[in-house]
Design a protein around this ligand. Structure first.
Ligand code: NAP
Ligand code: F7E
Length: 343
């Protein structure tokens, strides 16, 4: 069988980097779309990028390619899809920060919602039928109508980000039904890792605990400590994305752990790992409150288990501890002048 080709939007993000590694390990040729930035934004994929030449033809057998592009730029997306002719497309790019989406709602809608239809229209324009994965989110459940949430729980988004993801969810279903595209949604609950962006709460906490332990910081400022989230390990969640696209029929799946924990519990585990009491170091800063909050998320992944054979392995405590350990190591490496790479 010939080598499969995958195109990943959001390749420089947490999930994009893990998915790239997974697909390369399965023998795929992987193409990633990279935003142009004035500073380096490839730290998560530097370990695999090696000698890849941006946008150029095959480079001595290296199966990983980066191309400049943006979900706001439709003609470029069509050109790339036409050139690459991917078998699978994973749409992971988004303005993905919920709090920030209240500050830049129009931009969030343009990228996180309209960006998806730009990509789907580019596929139609080029006239190929790749399998399409949409990075849908538990934020679509927002003010939850059911506990735990399943594939049939009604959506009630609570942020511009959540609203944008609901649009992308439905447009993915619509292109499946209208044009017979193998288009699927993974409804992923929060998933974290040492590569998680530093402004998301788990990473902010694990990084903060590590800095405080090493005497580099004294206080950690946070918002609502009572919110509950279903947190899993990103490395395992990208495997679910791949499994979704290997199914004979397109469909939508909840990917979660079926456990929920508060931000307070996250603080307890992280600070216990560095033998400190979080209450001595955490202060509440109302700037981190959201105009509307999502109070509780907990996902029932039984459909994914049944149909994809997928199950989460790394649970909450182990996950937070491995993130604290990775942050301690990262800081030590940075202090020692080693490369700033997030493993
Ligand atoms: P992330 O780390 O924030 O990565 C987002 C990626 O999108 C980055 O590569 C970013 O590029 C890229 N991007 C942002 N704006 C773009 C634009 N205008 N054009 C092209 N690329 C753009 O997010 P993640 O945690 O890996 O999540 C991946 C996807 O899953 C996102 O769609 C997110 O909304 C969704 N999701 C995440 C979770 C979660 O818990 N992590 C749960 C459910 C769904 P830069 O590196 O240049 O910023
Ligand atoms: O917030 C509370 C905050 O920003 C989690 C994205 O990947 O997952 C993520 O969205 C909770 C919220 O993630 C701070 O109010 C308290 O209740 O880590 P977060 P999120 O909003 O759940 C979903 C599934 C996605 O799809 C998104 O792309 O933590 N919280 N204090 C705080 N949150 C942040 N960020 N910073 C604080 O200081």
């Amino acid at each position: 069988m010939s080598k499969k080709t995958a195109l990943i939007t959001g390749v420089t993000g947490q999930d994009g980097s893990y998915l790239t590694e997974l697909l390369l390990s399965k023998g795929y040729e992987v193409h990633g779309i990279l935003r142009r930035a004035s500073t380096f934004n490839t730290s998560r994929i530097d370990g695999i990028r090696k000698d890849t030449i941006y946008g150029n033809p095959p480079n001595e057998g290296n199966p990983f390619f980066l191309h400049y592009g943006d979900l706001g730029d439709a003609s470029n997306l069509a050109r790339l899809i036409g050139r690459i002719q991917p078998d699978e497309i994973y749409n992971l790019a988004a303005q993905s920060h919920v709090r920030v989406s209240f500050d830049i709602p129009e931009y969030t809608t343009d990228i996180t919602a309209t960006g998806t239809i730009r990509l789907l229209e580019a596929i139609r324009e080029v006239g190929i039928k790749p399998r399409f994965y949409q990075a849908s989110s538990s934020e679509m459940y927002g003010l939850v109508q059911q506990i735990p949430q399943t594939e049939t729980t009604p959506f009630y988004p609570r942020s511009p980000y959540g609203c944008a993801k609901v649009f992308s969810y439905w447009v993915t279903v619509n292109y499946r039904e209208s044009y017979g595209l193998h288009a699927s949604n993974g409804i992923l609950f929060n998933h974290e890792s040492p590569r998680r962006g530093e402004s998301f709460v788990t990473r902010k906490i694990t990084r903060g605990a590590a800095h405080i332990k090493l005497g580099l910081q004294d206080k950690l400022f946070l918002g609502n400590l009572d919110a509950r989230r279903d947190w899993g390990y990103a490395k395992e969640y990208v495997d679910a994305m791949w499994r979704i696209l290997q199914q004979p029929e397109p469909d939508d799946y909840v990917i979660a752990t079926n456990e929920t924990h508060t931000i307070r519990e996250c603080l307890e585990v992280a600070f216990a790992r560095v033998e400190l009491d979080w209450k001595n170091h955490v202060e509440i800063d109302p700037r981190y409150y959201r105009p509307a909050e999502v109070d509780i998320l907990i996902g029932d992944y039984s459909k994914a288990k049944r149909k994809l054979g997928w199950e989460p392995r790394t649970k909450f405590k182990e996950l937070i501890e491995l993130m604290v350990d990775a942050d301690l190591k990262l800081i030590h490496d940075q202090l020692a002048g080693k490369v700033n790479r997030q493993d």
